[in-house]
Design a binder for this molecule. Sequence first.
Ligand code: PLP
Length: 438
Amino acid sequence: MHAWGLNNTREASKEHWAAEQEVVGPGLQAVMLWSELCVESADGAVLTDLDGNRVLDFQGAGGVNSVGHANPRFTRALADELTTAPVGAFGSGARRDMAESLRDFVPEPLDRVQLYSGGTEAVEAGLRLAKSVTGKTEFLSFWGGFHGKTLGSLALTVGARTGLGPLPPGNFSTPYANCYRCPFKLTAPSCGFACVEQARETVRQNSTGDLAAIVVEPVQGRSGNVVPPEGYLKALKEVAEEFDALLFVDEMMTGFGRTGETFAFVRDEVTPDIVTVGKGMGGGYPVTGVLSSAGHMAARPFSDPSASSSSFGAFPMACRAVGTVVDIIVEERLVDHARKVGGELLDALIPLVDEAPLVGDVRGAGLAIGIELVADKETREPVSKAVLRETFMALLDAGVLTMTGGNTLRLYPPLTIGEDQAREAADIIVRTLTGGSR
Ligand SMILES: Cc1ncc(COP(=O)(O)O)c(C=O)c1O
């Protein structure tokens, strides 16, 4: 039996955290500020803090931790690269290896990748690409969506913009297929995708005839890993085509195996025009990208020399990280593994809807799982921030570090997690959320 949880005093961590806070800005994620976790070592899905407490990391930096902390193959590849890599986006062995690995992994016709180092930067590049391809400037995005915090992406990100206006014009938003909180009070599939019809109507009512793209997460991460019904992306693609616009799928959180598919859009058998990727793609190395077809990427001004580059895009270290992550995912069959273990985790957690007083909904796709907490199961009123924090801390205390988003606990274990460890985490979560009654 492992002794998971905050069993030791946290004196060393407290002293360390306080020393850092004398210099570090306030912009850390809420869960980091709540947990004040100071990590001494990390291995796979396990974090050990400065006081020797061991926790199962189901936060995974929101899906960044794809191949496990300190994965030996990954760290060796990056360490080797570091000893020789020049600074700059030169042709390199790492870039060629990455190109070959990606060629087989990314579905047709997305045969071009442009690399960046932050998620919002890739989304901004995707918006510029959509404008270049269509010659149009408007975007449709979704309630509860998250695409970043720079000006263009912030205009697509509802809920993080208070006090930051004015935002660029030509951005409209419409309800997502969040069935637990359907604004039309309907049920899928009998609703006939009323939210998609609403998306169509939102464009009709707001657009000046200049819609460049519909920008959508295939699973809404920050809203609590909200999984839309099958066929949603396909229906949105039809709407995009009706307006002669592109389908831009933001797979920052979902891509590279997270949802039990190589990319989440594969489930819907749809071909997006633009896909943004990041997080798990680099296994912890800060690298993101835009995927599209050669035809789209040739559009100007996107394809003009220097028009789409960035200081750190496609440096050898970034390319080595991506190539190695893809090779690990493929050779260790982590996409299938994520589907299997994610399915088992979900099966273990779904009964919480009946058994745990605060759990209103449990949903997931592969190893992206959401446990939505409500104050009242009838009205579905979200729990307060204080209750969310208490629940998060109770789980951490018992040995499972989670992520939050709105009033939802989000789980992102590494794709490499063993079935035993996933079961242990599920047991801890069930025990904690049911107050020990199961
Ligand atoms: C779907 C999605 N797009 C974009 C971003 C922005 O990424 P970054 O925080 O690296 O700018 C995120 C970050 O969580 C995300 O989940």
